[in-house]
Design a protein around this ligand. Structure first.
Ligand SMILES: Cc1cc2nc3c(=O)[nH]c(=O)nc-3n(C[C@H](O)[C@H](O)[C@H](O)COP(=O)(O)O)c2cc1C
Length: 342
């Protein structure tokens, strides 16, 4: 099996952790069982965020509809291999019991050399604390609070109860607490709130909630309810989320959304991200994509004569101009559109 050579690693400090790479496998179906963590390690990931575990109250989230994924618009080529597409899915929490999840965390931590990040979803503060505490007790290096799943019951807003939950988790565990936020106009304010609650990092952003229609049968596709949507196109709005947030908070940002190749990773770093979480590219292109991304980053670093991504982090962010600084063509109002009809 092809595996990343140790000299190809890209050591990265992130929220108190020393990672061998800024590439992190994002929470989802590629981090749902122990063998996948072994693959992630071999293919060069610096960390894995395990599939999100839900509190007992959301027991139904452990049972997934089947099929639960559909690739929409699987047609246009990007870079000859990865394609333009939308990954439409409805997969909620980790499918095992809570005890199975604690064992999962422990086994991954015992067997793997890379950082293991537990991921939790609940609603009552006591449940958030309980999940995070168990994740810590079983050896995880950090915990990510998934307050932003597109499959979460209700709306995707930042509920006031999250403030208390984040603060309580931060006060209850010693490991770093990352908070994963939903995309939307409020990302910057939510990131500031998470920082004020003591979060060690923010993960920007979870996928959007959407729906597609089967017009022949005149019903929603698949399971008949809303779904998570994402794809290569998601990077554009999320580049902006990362840039805006990087200006507003001091805690580091883990970017996630739409990464298909090294260029996408580098763009996120240039806009201020420190680590990059990847999932869809692994699902559609396979695990080797992690090695290809590493190779692409390495060759960019050689071409730009840099030895660490830290040297370029936020460089493009500093060059985003204000809207009143945009150079505009001054002739338009005088010689602009005409109103003659014919
Ligand atoms: C099928 C699927 C399942 C996911 N499950 C979770 C999850 O359990 N917890 C979570 O925080 N994010 C989950 N995500 C979101 C991913 O972790 C990631 O943030 C998102 O897909 C954006 O990255 P990508 O464009 O590289 O896929 C899931 C995404 C997909 C596609």
């Amino acid at each position: 099996m092809k595996q990343l050579k140790s000299d190809a690693c890209l050591p990265t400090a992130f929220a108190g952790l020393k990672l061998r790479s800024p590439l992190i496998v994002a929470s989802g179906p590629a981090s749902h069982d122990a063998k996948q963590i072994r693959l992630a390690e071999r293919k060069g990931a610096g960390a894995v965020v395990l599939k999100t575990v839900c509190s007992e109250k959301y027991d139904n989230m452990r049972y997934w509809p089947r099929p639960r994924y559909k690739l929409l618009d699987w047609d246009r080529q990007i870079n000859g291999r990865s394609k333009q597409f939308t990954l439409y899915s409805y997969e909620q929490g980790y499918s095992g019991t809570l005890q199975a999840y604690w064992d999962f965390v422990r086994v991954c931590k015992e067997k793997s050399d890379i950082a293991i990040i537990g991921s939790a979803f609940a609603d009552a503060t006591a449940d958030w604390v309980d999940l995070a505490t168990h994740i810590e007790e079983n050896g995880a290096d950090a915990v990510e609070l998934d307050i932003s799943s597109p499959h979460r019951p209700g709306s995707l807003g930042f509920e006031t109860t999250f403030v208390e939950a984040i603060k309580s988790v931060v006060n209850s565990v010693k490991i770093p607490v990352w908070v994963k936020l939903a995309p939307g106009p409020d990302v910057v304010n939510q990131s500031v709130a998470a920082e004020q609650c003591g979060a060690a990092a923010v993960t920007l952003c979870n996928r959007m909630r959407g729906i597609d229609v089967d017009i022949e049968n005149q019903r929603p596709i698949l399971h008949g309810y809303y779904a998570g949507i994402g794809g290569p196109w998601a990077k554009y709005y999320n580049f902006m989320n990362v840039a805006e947030t990087a200006r507003a908070v001091k805690i580091p940002i883990s970017a996630t959304g739409g990464v298909m190749n090294a260029e996408d990773v580098i763009s996120y770093v240039l806009l201020g991200a420190s680590t990059i979480q990847i999932l869809s590219a692994i699902m559609v292109n396979g695990w080797d994509v992690l090695m290809e991304i590493h190779a692409g980053i390495r060759s960019y670093m050689e071409r730009k004569r840099i030895t660490s991504l830290e040297e370029i982090r936020g460089k493009a962010l500093k060059k985003i101009v204000r809207s009143d600084e945009i150079v505009r063509w001054s002739g338009e109002p005088k010689n602009g559109p005409r109103n003659e009809w014919d």
